[in-house]
Design a protein around this ligand. Structure first.
Ligand SMILES: [Zn+2]
Length: 120
């Protein structure tokens, strides 16, 4: 690790950061955004947190569901950053939905259809 000066890409403030040696300017600036207190940087920090929390949730909640888990994990970042509004996966009786809410949080839903039929 080494001390470098990064620049918040939102407010332009110079911030001292600790990054792995040989980090690129982009990585150094990303670390500066992570530490900056400006409004835009804080919104960005909240998005990062939501992405990390959602990834951990999917990894633990859908451990046994390999294919679904990997597809959901691939979509967390695009949904969290607002590039995609919503994804829907249908798998047998299960329907998985991941979407970005109006509060800019990420919502993951699993619906399982259980049907009971009796015919006499
Ligand atoms: Zn800033």
């Amino acid at each position: 690790m080494e001390e470098r000066i990064g620049q918040c890409i939102y407010c332009g403030q110079n911030i001292q950061v600790r990054v792995p040696e040989g980090s690129t300017k982009e990585e150094i600036n990303r670390e500066a955004v992570r530490l900056c207190n400006c409004y835009e940087a804080q919104c960005q920090q909240a998005i990062e947190t939501n992405i990390n929390v959602t990834e951990k949730y999917i990894e633990s909640e859908f451990q046994e569901e390999n294919v679904v888990r990997n597809l959901l994990l691939a979509a967390v970042e695009p949904v969290g950053r607002g590039y995609i509004d919503k994804i829907v996966l249908h798998e047998g009786r299960n329907k998985y939905t991941m979407s970005r809410t109006s509060k800019k949080t990420i919502k993951v839903e699993k619906n399982t259809t259980i049907k009971k039929v009796k015919e006499s």
